[in-house]
Design a protein around this ligand. Structure first.
Ligand code: P1T
Length: 378
């Protein structure tokens, strides 16, 4: 089936009990055994649940892989994957990533002795110089949050394969509609389903996806052992959101492009970060490895923090809030919000200045979005 048909039908079949067209919410912690050692596919919701199984089959179909496990949040997805490693192992990680990811990796490094090399992975040529006998994985997020820098996924996965390392891709920013890392050689993909997959800002969720029987089994074992599994109602919300993923992503992108082009012409805007602009330094890579450019736009303004604050306070339609990927437009300040936990030094090293503002472009009328930004910038 095509991607669009899968968003509606994958993992979903009319309910066997009553023929309900929509997947029922099996809000039950446990399932009655028919006899000793004999159950009907599910015994306890931490280990498996029919609503969660429907979501997992759907997300695996969209990413084109063999296994998906739905977990409580995007951070739970990352936490689960980190449990594949042990003390002394080394991970090469993009330095330019979500603030919470950087915070978790640094905490794991300090408390559990994993060594994380935070490096710019925009130029894949340098990666091999960081590989040691203890290196186990390369972790990337592309496009990056919030600077929309890109990493060549096929380039990274080729190096990982050559050295026997796992390649792990956070695909949250584009969703599988716009980017499918398994087709570019990735071993593991993580998602915050809180964002585009759910799309309606009413749930936090995550997913870990893999594409080999051995990894699938290890990840399922970890989710069951750690208890990072997603709740049935949350799974139902994400499954419901996914049904409109394709039309939503098209609208997000149409609006994001209009906003990016508007900001690019604005005299108070120093720089616009959007891979869909021909001026983006990695526009060609974006065209090559992505189906589209997504709905996230960041920009930088010159001047004092008062000017930044007046823009953040000045929008009426864009709400001042963290998170992204919902139908409503949001504005936020990475330095004090989404990337505060990264620390000033790390932010400075990757170029997240105090003048950077991030927009999650919703699916409202683009003229209204531009009018709102225009009055806030004025
Ligand atoms: O919030 P949660 O569902 O736990 O997802 C964490 C996460 C993982 N990966 C990426 C790329 C993310 O952007 C996030 C969450 N990001 C925000 C909350 C934010 O405002 O950027």
């Amino acid at each position: 089936m095509s991607f669009q048909t899968d968003t509606i039908h994958a993992g979903v079949s009319p309910d066997k009990a009553y023929g309900a067209i929509m997947t029922p919410i099996y809000q039950s912690s446990t399932f009655v055994f028919e006899d000793i050692g004999k159950h009907r596919g599910f015994d306890y919701t931490r280990s498996g649940n029919p609503t969660r199984a429907a979501l997992e089959e759907c997300v695996a179909a969209l990413e084109g892989c063999s296994c998906a496990v739905a977990v409580t949040t995007g951070m739970a997805a990352i936490t689960t994957v980190l449990h594949l490693f042990r003390t002394g192992d080394e991970i090469i990680c993009t330095d330019d990533c979500y603030g919470g990811t950087a915070r978790l990796l640094k905490t794991i490094q300090e408390q559990f002795g994993l060594k994380i090399h935070f490096v710019s992975l925009r130029e894949t040529g340098e990666i091999e110089s960081y590989i040691t006998p203890n290196t186990r994985a390369i972790w990337i997020e592309t496009p990056s949050n919030p600077l929309l820098n890109l990493i060549d996924i096929a380039g990274v996965t080729a190096i990982a394969k050559k050295h026997g390392l796992l390649s792990i891709v956070d695909n949250t920013f584009l969703s599988p509609y716009n980017q499918q890392p398994f087709r570019l050689g990735a071993d593991i993909v993580v998602h915050s389903t809180t964002k585009y997959l759910n799309g309606h800002s009413d749930v936090v969720g995550g997913a870990v996806l893999s594409n080999s029987p051995e990894l699938d089994a290890r990840i399922r074992f970890l989710v069951n052992s750690l208890g990072t599994c997603a709740q049935p109602f949350d799974c139902w919300l994400v499954l419901r959101g996914i049904k409109t993923l394709v039309p939503r992503m098209k609208e997000h992108e149409r609006n994001a492009r209009a906003v990016a082009e508007y900001l690019d012409r604005h005299p108070k805007v120093k720089r616009v970060f959007y891979p869909g602009l021909a001026s983006h330094p990695q526009h060609e890579l974006a065209k090559r490895q992505q189906r589209g450019f997504g709905g996230m736009v960041s920009f930088e303004v010159d001047g004092a923090i008062e000017q930044v604050n007046s823009i953040l306070r000045g929008t009426k339609l864009f709400a001042l809030a963290e998170s992204l990927g919902g139908v409503e437009s949001l504005i936020e300040h990475p330095a004090t919000m989404s990337h505060a936990s990264m620390g000033a030094e790390h932010r400075a090293a990757v170029g997240i200045t105090d003048g950077v503002i991030r927009l999650s472009i919703g699916i409202e009328d683009p003229d209204d979005l531009i009018a709102d930004l225009s009055q806030a910038l004025a």
